[in-house]
Design a protein around this ligand. Structure first.
Ligand SMILES: [Zn+2]
Ligand SMILES: [Zn+2]
Length: 404
């Protein structure tokens, strides 16, 4: 492999300096390349271009290699025999090497500043490469499908979020076009135009997009998933249902609070939830209202959901339903527990119930986790309702004991 860095001797040699620069030892070269992760300490460019059988990294001197005037920062007090030591070298791309050695810029690129770049870069490489395969997570993004609302999340942003929230390394595997799992619902038409077609198409898109994920889980190389989504609630419940609970997942939602963020808050209040029965009927018909991000009144329900039906409601204990109900991850966990307690209760009090009609006003994390928690054998089917022009209408049915 040709190393362009070797040419530095020629470039920097001053005709009036008799001594040629001594070579950097193989040990120091190896150490510098490994500590730098093969990347420029300033711009992080990857410097081992395997395609061209040449590496473009340059081992730049922090204190110039000689005390001659033309050697950048060469007048700093460092004994000559230590100047080729790895501690005095920083791995740079050709562009940055040129910049830091430019005479007019030497005031900016001081010894201290270059040492700062070197240390920060090498520590970052050390920290990131310390992560084990178990620290990785596959990022799943599902957006679109809500008219007039455009929320997106770049790969880079998702990477930062899973790192700061969970200390995890985001994986966008090759087999998924390096984009992780992306479920693009922007192509869905307006549900008001064609209600049933909207939901059927949404279900199809989700099923298709999840194939590589399910394959990866089956083969055992996906061990954790980070879910980022914002779309209509029934689609998020369906997503959760198809994801299931076989492998651990973290669900992220965009919090609107004072500052918009995808990160969970550790300091926001932890909400508790309770369920109660609003109406009884001498049968096993069940309507379940979830008033979390907003209140759903009985007046909002169509006749078929409230006449001759047992009506249950889940709501927060200490506060009124509101959009910021789930700032803290523990609130989401509390809701999931209450929801499952309710389902277990129904198994006893309404054994004959084959289908729950679900009317949800819930945050993203609640939607996905409801879907994930449905037990295919034990629980009844759930018909999810959503509002269209002020009226709740059926959308997607999950757990209808379909064959899959
Ligand atoms: Zn660079
Ligand atoms: Zn140099």
């Amino acid at each position: 492999m040709k190393n362009t860095n070797d040419n530095e001797d020629l470039i920097e040699t001053d005709n009036y300096v008799v001594n040629k620069r001594p070579p950097i030892s193989p040990e120091d070269r190896l150490k510098l390349w490994v500590r730098s992760g093969g990347r420029c300490a300033i711009c992080n460019k990857y410097l081992l271009e395997l395609n061209y059988d040449v590496n473009i990294g340059e081992m730049a001197h922090i204190v110039g290699w000689s005390t001659a005037k033309r050697s950048p920062r060469g007048d700093a007090p460092l004994p000559a025999e230590q100047r080729n030591n790895v501690d005095n070298l920083v791995l740079l791309c050709a562009e940055h090497h040129k910049i830091v050695d430019t005479p007019e810029l030497l005031k900016e690129f001081t010894v201290e500043r270059l040492i700062g770049h070197k240390i920060a870069h090498e520590q970052r490489v050390y920290h990131l490469t310390d992560m084990k395969a178990d620290d990785s997570t596959v990022v799943l993004r599902m957006f679109g499908g809500i008219r007039g609302l455009s929320v997106e999340l770049s790969k880079e942003h998702a990477r930062q979020i899973v790192f700061s929230d969970a200390g995890k390394f985001a994986l966008f595997p090759d087999s998924f076009d390096k984009h992780g799992i992306e479920i693009d619902l922007h192509q869905l038409l307006d549900p008001e135009d064609s209600w049933d077609a909207y939901w059927q198409m949404g279900v199809k898109l989700i099923d298709k997009s999840l194939q590589p994920l399910n394959e990866g889980i089956k083969q055992g190389h996906i061990r954790h998933v980070s879910v980022f989504t914002l779309t209509r609630i029934p689609l998020m419940i369906y997503l959760g249902y198809q994801l299931g609970d076989k492998i651990p997942m973290t669900i992220y939602q965009k919090h609107r609070g004072k500052t918009e963020t995808w990160l969970w808050s550790a300091t926001a209040p932890v909400e508790k939830f309770e369920y109660r029965q609003l109406a009884s009927a001498g049968n096993d018909k069940v309507t379940l209202i979830l008033s979390l991000s907003g209140s759903i009144g009985l007046d909002d329900l169509p006749a078929e959901l409230k006449e001759g039906t047992n009506i249950f409601e889940v709501r927060p204990v200490d506060t009124i339903p509101n959009r910021d109900i789930f700032l803290n991850k523990l609130s989401a966990q509390n809701f999931t527990k209450t929801f499952h307690d309710l389902l277990s209760g129904l198994e006893i009090t309404h054994k004959g119930c084959r289908q729950i009609d679900l009317v949800p006003a819930i945050p993203v994390a609640a939607a996905v986790s409801i879907g994930r928690g449905v037990m295919r054998q034990a629980h009844p089917a759930i018909m999810i309702y959503d509002r269209s022009a002020g009226i709740y209408k059926p959308t997607i049915k999950i757990n209808g004991h379909e064959t899959n």
